[in-house]
Each structure stands twice: as structure tokens, then as C-alpha cells.
Design a protein around this ligand. Structure first.
Ligand code: UTP
Length: 300
């Protein structure tokens, strides 16, 4: 695999999760006992990406601190002989080479990705949204990297959503790729950011995993602010879609059928915590016993 860089935008305002996100990035909210961002970095590393660039915003410090060593805490745990917790503290420091770049103002996801231009250079790279969790048991990024290496251009992840939810997402029009056996790998023929339900070309929503051709940077530099006054990655992808393959154009979609949680959305966040806690060997048995009793007595 030649792709080895991951870019993780984590500079959004997180307004859907206020006031928790007033001084803490939403990517630092704990999902059970790990911040969301750590799951995302672990996913990147598991897919073979060892160079991680976090795009941070105004509350950068907690994010940076999480991937740094904490000598006084480590010394205290060491002195107590608490090797289990010491290993947990060191896990995030030892995961990958984590770099940081600042997005001065949250001018949109496209603008956040553009901040990675210098670090990434002229090679394809992955983008993982820092608030979007993909269950580690369900493969997504690795097949996307393989598809980019095979077909070139850029690759985006798609999820079927109920029609009434499509206006919260970027939406894709698709067609089958001739000669492929895999019906879930499709050609993107249209992209629109947060369309009204009656104008959506499909119920396929763009979710937070991308493998992008470096041509995206020049396109982003020439992409005007779109919906919400923000520089939209979806708009840049729509331009790439129509560009010739020799110039890095073409966009392929991968339809994901696994478990995904948007931890920037309060309801989805709660579902993520419950499902991940229920599956944990250390917490799951006790938690599920309590949960079953709670659900039996709850009014719906
Ligand atoms: P969202 O649209 O979910 O982020 O962006 P948001 O604007 O923070 O959320 P709400 O709607 O106000 O709650 C998706 C991802 O892109 C990043 C976010 O941090 C998130 O990981 N992002 C978004 C940036 O890094 N910079 C931006 O300017 C916008």
C-alpha cells in the first residue's frame, strides 16, 4: 500500500453539542472511556496509515495533549505499579506520528482539508472525520484505499439513510461500474451538499471517510464558499468528478453497510456509547444486565 497519510479535520464548532463543546472539541468527548478522536486515529493506523495530521481549531490544546506523554501521571502510575492504566495512558502517545496544523477560522470542511496541502504534498491521502466512528469490526477504509490504488481518482464512502434524513448530508447520484462484480462500488455522477428531500438524487449520504487525489487541493483553492457560506468538500468533489483521469479526476463511491456513529449528534453519540459499552468484555456483562432492567421499566 503506497498511501500512508491520514488527515483528520477536528476544527468544527460542534454547535449541535453545546454547551459541552463550548471549551472542548467534540472530537474529545469520551465514548465510554476513550475520546472519539482516539478511535479514529486507531482506525487510520489499523488501515496502515502511520502519518496522521490533525486539523485543529480554537480548543487545540486538549487534542494535542491527548497525544502527548504526561510524565507526572505516568510516574505516579508507575510508582503504584498500576501497569494496566499506565499502558492505557501511553497507548495514544505511541499510536502514530501525529502532527497538527491549525485552521484559523472554521470556514468549512473543504477549507479544513486545504490546510493539509503542505503536509500531504503530491500523493493520495485519506481523510477521516474526527467525529465519525466506524465500528472496528466493519471494514471500510482498507477497501477504499485498495480501490483508490486500483482506479485512481478519489473515493468516498456512502451510507443509505432514510429519505427524510438526506438533507443533513452530502448526497450522491451514482451509476454501476461496467465489469465489476461488486455492486457496492459505484461511479459518482452527481454530488450535492444537504439537498432538500424532494431534490435529493438518491438516499445515499456521504459519510466521513474519503481517499483523495492530491488534485483536490488546487480544486479547493478555486472553490467558492457554498452552502452555509462554507467551503464545501462536496463541491470540490463535484468538480473532481468531471475532470479527466489524467488530471486526477473521477470519483468512486463505496456503499458502507456496517455500523457508523456520528458522535457530533447527541442521539447518535448516546447510541455509540451504549453499543460500544455493551460489547466491551470488561463492562458489557454488568452494563447489559442493568440496561435490560432499565429498558423493561422504561416507557416509550
Ligand atoms: P460538521 O459539520 O459535523 O462540524 O463537520 P461542525 O460544524 O463542528 O458541527 P455542528 O453542526 O456545528 O455541530 C464535520 C467535520 O469537519 C470538521 C469538524 O470538526 C468535523 O470533524 N470541520 C468542519 C473542520 O475541521 N473545520 C470546519 O470549518 C468545519
Amino acid at each position: 500500500m503506497t498511501i500512508h497519510k491520514a488527515v483528520i479535520p477536528a476544527a468544527g464548532l460542534g454547535t449541535r453539542f453545546l454547551p459541552a463543546t463550548k471549551s472542548t472539541p467534540k472530537e474529545m468527548l469520551p465514548v465510554v472511556d476513550k475520546p472519539a478522536i482516539q478511535y479514529v486515529v486507531e482506525e487510520a493506523v489499523a488501515a496502515g496509515l502511520d502519518d496522521v495530521l490533525l486539523i485543529t481549531g480554537r480548543s487545540k490544546r486538549t487534542l494535542a495533549d491527548h497525544f502527548d506523554a504526561v510524565p507526572e501521571l505516568e510516574a505516579a502510575l508507575e510508582a503504584k505499579g498500576d501497569t494496566e492504566r499506565l499502558a492505557k495512558v501511553r497507548e495514544s502517545t505511541e499510536l502514530a506520528n501525529v502532527h497538527f496544523v491549525r485552521q484559523g477560522q472554521p470556514r468549512g470542511l473543504g477549507h479544513a482539508v486545504l490546510q493539509a496541502k503542505h503536509h500531504v504534498g503530491d500523493e493520495p491521502f485519506a481523510v477521516l472525520l474526527g467525529d465519525d466512528l466506524i465500528d472496528e469490526r466493519d471494514a471500510l477504509l482498507t477497501p477504499m484505499l485498495e480501490i483508490q490504488e486500483r482506479l485512481g481518482g478519489s473515493v468516498i464512502a456512502l451510507l443509505e439513510v432514510p429519505a427524510e434524513q438526506i438533507s443533513s448530508y452530502g448526497c450522491a447520484a451514482i451509476e454501476p461500474i461496467d465489469g465489476t462484480q461488486d455492486a457496492d462500488t459505484v461511479r459518482i455522477t452527481g454530488l450535492v451538499e444537504k439537498p432538500p428531500v424532494d431534490e435529493a438524487p438518491s438516499n445515499l449520504a456521504i459519510i466521513g471517510r474519503y481517499v483523495l487525489h492530491p488534485a483536490v487541493f488546487e480544486v479547493l483553492e478555486n472553490t467558492a464558499p457554498g452552502r452555509g457560506g462554507e467551503i464545501q468538500l462536496t463541491d470540490a468533489l463535484a468538480t473532481l468528478m468531471d475532470m479527466p483521469a489524467e488530471q486526477g479526476g473521477g470519483v468512486t463511491g463505496v456503499v458502507f453497510r456496517g455500523r457508523r456513529y456520528d458522535t457530533g449528534d447527541r442521539l447518535d453519540y448516546l447510541k455509540a456509547v451504549v453499543r460500544i459499552a455493551a460489547d466491551r468484555p470488561d463492562l458489557g456483562p454488568d452494563f447489559k444486565e442493568w440496561l435490560a432492567g432499565y429498558v423493561a421499566g422504561a416507557e416509550v
